[in-house]
Design a protein around this ligand. Structure first.
Ligand SMILES: *Cc1c(COP(=O)(O)O)cnc(C)c1O
Length: 408
């Protein structure tokens, strides 16, 4: 038997309920499995926790974590900005609210994408000196003053982060020693300079590492600002708050991070607004992937629970999205009671794809599951469907549904 991650507290209990309803009720509502349900109450509680911990810092939602339009529309009024990384995401943000405060980051923005962003008055986070020249030229052609921020490739790495983005040669951002010069160019050309964007990494669980990185990010923003001699309206400090997917991992102590940042900000000469951009921390734990058991078989002594969905929808749970060692996401049999003393068996949960990579859970202890039962895979709210190869093997497409508990 192998361990699995911890089921988020909102979904722990004898029998799974998501936003007040059972898995069967959600499947009935959607029409069939497989299905992603996003519990809006969980997202709202994360936003409330952020607001309490960071009372003077703006919160941006990084749409790439989950671009499901109804979810983005529900989040938009609760945050101070939407961060997009493609013209498709820009379109989603724009349809959500044409006046939404949007910033557009990412390397390789095409001319038509820059043009779209400038027409919408979105802030473009410049990823290179060349991109600055192109954005200024397009702004001039459109007779529209572009809003431009400079994304900095910092000499900072977020310790322990799942995905390091700083401290090395990078396609992201402008190297710290050249960032001030690009900001100067943008300002001198008459563009609306929006400030700095500094993102050092992702999926960090250690508050100490995040505190260190935020302090170093502020040092850098202060140094760059001194070089430019113009106060940036906004300093986007990045994000990188992780969520506990695997056995032994625990939640980030965001209250300590907030307290440390507030302390550091009191001694900062910057009079800018500050923002933190978060994706997975806001939505990751809110999502549950529901897939039905189609078959149950024993091969050479190992029991396989075969489901109607798998890595084609929830690639990360199969261990094939940027992990080195495969570990188990938390899973449950949503149609069984998981009391402490209910009998369990050791099984592997596999999807329908013709590849041994398609394994949602490896040798985990679960209540006995049979065809017709529903398996829940947790931590499915971020980098789930949109980060999975849904076209691979041509199986059924999953539904997505926003779950909001009924309020009286
Ligand atoms: C992906 C990304 C994020 C969101 O990362 P999470 O780990 O989901 O919080 C934020 N900012 C930038 C620049 C990104 O590329």
């Amino acid at each position: 038997m192998k361990a699995m991650g911890t089921i988020p507290a909102e979904f722990a209990g004898a029998r799974l309920r998501i936003a007040g309803r059972s898995a069967e009720e959600w499947v009935a509502k959607a029409g069939d499995t497989p299905l992603f349900v996003y519990d809006l109450g969980v997202v709202e509680s994360r936003i409330a926790r952020f607001r309490a911990a960071f009372p003077n810092v703006d919160l941006h939602y990084a749409i790439k974590a989950n671009p499901f339009a109804p979810l983005v529309a529900a989040i938009e009024p609760l945050v101070d900005g939407l961060d997009v990384a493609s013209s498709g995401e820009l379109e989603i943000a724009w349809q959500t609210d044409p006046a939404a405060k949007v910033s557009f980051a990412g390397p390789g923005k095409r001319d038509d994408e820059l043009e779209f962003a400038i027409r919408l008055n979105a802030t473009i986070n410049l990823e290179s000196a060349n991109e600055a020249v192109r954005a200024l030229r397009i702004g001039k052609q459109l007779k529209n003053r572009p809003r431009l921020a400079v994304r900095v490739n910092p000499e900072i790495e977020l310790r322990g982060s799942g995905m390091r983005m700083g401290g090395r040669a990078s396609p992201f951002g402008i190297d710290a020693d050249r960032a001030a010069a690009v900001a100067r160019t943008v300002i001198d050309a008459g563009a609306d300079w929006r400030g700095w964007h500094i993102f050092a990494g992702s999926q960090a669980l250690d508050a100490g590492a995040i505190i260190e990185t935020q302090a170093a990010t502020l040092d850098l923003a202060e140094r760059l600002t001194e070089d430019v001699g113009v106060m940036p309206p906004l300093v986007n400090l990045g994000g990188g708050f992780g969520i506990p997917y695997f056995p032994g991992e625990v939640q980030v102590d965001v209250e300590s991070v907030g307290a440390a940042l507030a302390g550091r900000l009191t001694s900062s000469p910057l009079t800018s607004r500050f923002a933190i951009e978060l994706g997975r921390w806001l939505v990751g734990e809110a999502g549950v992937y529901l897939t039905r058991v189609v078959d149950r078989k024993v091969s050479r002594g190992e029991t396989f629970i075969v489901t109607d969905g798998g890595m084609n929808h929830q690639l990360a749970a199969s261990g094939n999205l940027g992990t080195v060692v495969r570990r188990n996401y938390p899973v449950a049999v949503a149609t069984a009671d998981a009391d402490a003393d209910a009998p369990t068996e050791t099984v592997s949960v596999v999807g329908p794809l013709c590849t041994p990579l398609d394994r949602l859970a490896d040798q985990v202890a679960l209540p006995e599951a049979h065809p017709g039962d529903i398996i829940a895979v947790f931590m499915a709210g971020a980098y789930g469907l949109s980060a999975s190869p849904a076209g691979f093997l041509g199986h059924v497409k999953p539904a997505e549904i926003l779950g909001a508990a009924e309020r009286s």
